[in-house]
Design a protein around this ligand. Structure first.
Ligand SMILES: NC(=O)c1ccc[n+]([C@@H]2O[C@H](COP(=O)([O-])OP(=O)(O)OC[C@H]3O[C@@H](n4cnc5c(N)ncnc54)[C@H](O)[C@@H]3O)[C@@H](O)[C@H]2O)c1
Length: 264
């Protein structure tokens, strides 16, 4: 799809993944979608699904960690119209401890989970300013708020939350809002290897969540849709956990501390 449109353009990175697909689907109600992913085959499937859903969507295959790809991304996305909304959703974690981490795995985690998001923001900076009401949503993680393993990914996501505040503070004068979302455990393809290693992984994780239901991709997408909407007009620079209460506290620890059966 290459025609101009009156709908603003939303760039959704990692759009072939489960959370990215849910975000693109919900945002397609109000936006033309530039669906970005490194995985060409998965991206083609996602775009077909989005089109079946009635979305106006263009597929842009690129590796967000490669500067040359970002130049091409900019050219292809701007062909659709001004980019008013940028969703930095692409991300992945190396499941390594600090002891196992190497300089190479650290660089990889920082490049995808922090640098690519900031470079994407710079790529669409002018367009976000020109549209007068730009929105940037960075998909961070509860790992950026607390230590839950994956140290280099956590450092990158913590950096992404701080980068979100930096955008909000410096670009608010242009009408740009920037917010982060910190999902808890969401059952997506990113968990495939861990679920194969331990089929109980989600049941075990759920035991730590105060609200006894794990967030789903649509729950993350609903938070994105809200933060991008005029209803969130004065919300900027925040990190919204969509984590079923994980970062609020732990019922089992509260039970230990109080010895009260009310915490269960
Ligand atoms: N699933 C969870 O439990 C969870 C929890 C907290 C945060 N998150 C965050 O949510 C976001 C989406 O995660 P998900 O679970 O849907 O993962 P996913 O693996 O389903 O999707 C991620 C997508 O990003 C794409 N991608 C990876 N590297 C890329 C690159 N260099 N260039 C372009 N695209 C690239 C992948 O091909 C994939 O389609 C990530 O930022 C992740 O860190 C996920």
């Amino acid at each position: 799809m290459t025609d101009q449109t009156t709908k603003p353009v939303a760039v959704v990175t990692g759009a072939a993944g489960d959370i990215g697909m849910a975000i693109a689907t919900q945002l397609s109600e109000t936006h033309v979608i530039a669906a970005v992913d490194i995985d060409r085959t998965a991206l083609e499937g996602a775009v077909e699904e989005l089109e079946n859903h009635g979305a106006r969507v263009a597929a842009i295959q690129c590796d967000l960690t490669q500067p040359a790809d970002l130049v091409r991304l900019s050219q292809e996305a701007l062909r659709l119209g001004e980019v008013a909304t940028l969703i930095n959703n692409a991300g992945a974690a190396a499941a390594l401890s600090l002891h196992q981490m190497t300089a190479e795995t650290l660089s990889r985690d920082l490049a995808l989970n922090l640098e690519a998001a900031l470079n994407c923001f710079k790529t669409f900076e002018k367009s976000l300013i020109v549209c007068g009401a730009g929105n940037v949503i960075n998909i961070a993680s509860v790992n950026g708020l607390s230590v839950l393993g994956h140290p280099s990914y956590s450092a990158a996501k913590a950096g992404l939350i701080q980068a979100t505040r930096s955008i909000a503070v410096e670009y608010g004068k242009y009408g740009i809002r920037a917010n982060a979302i910190a999902p808890g455990t969401v059952k997506t393809q990113a968990w495939k290897a861990r679920q194969e290693a331990n089929p109980q992984v989600f049941a075990e994780a759920l035991a730590w969540y105060p609200f006894k239901s794990l967030p789903e991709p649509d729950d993350i997408a609903a938070a994105v849709s809200f933060l991008v909407s005029p209803a969130a007009r004065c919300i900027t620079g925040v990190c919204l956990p969509v984590d079923s209460g994980l970062t609020a506290g732990s019922p089992s620890l509260a039970r230990t501390f109080t010895q009260s059966a009310d915490f269960d």
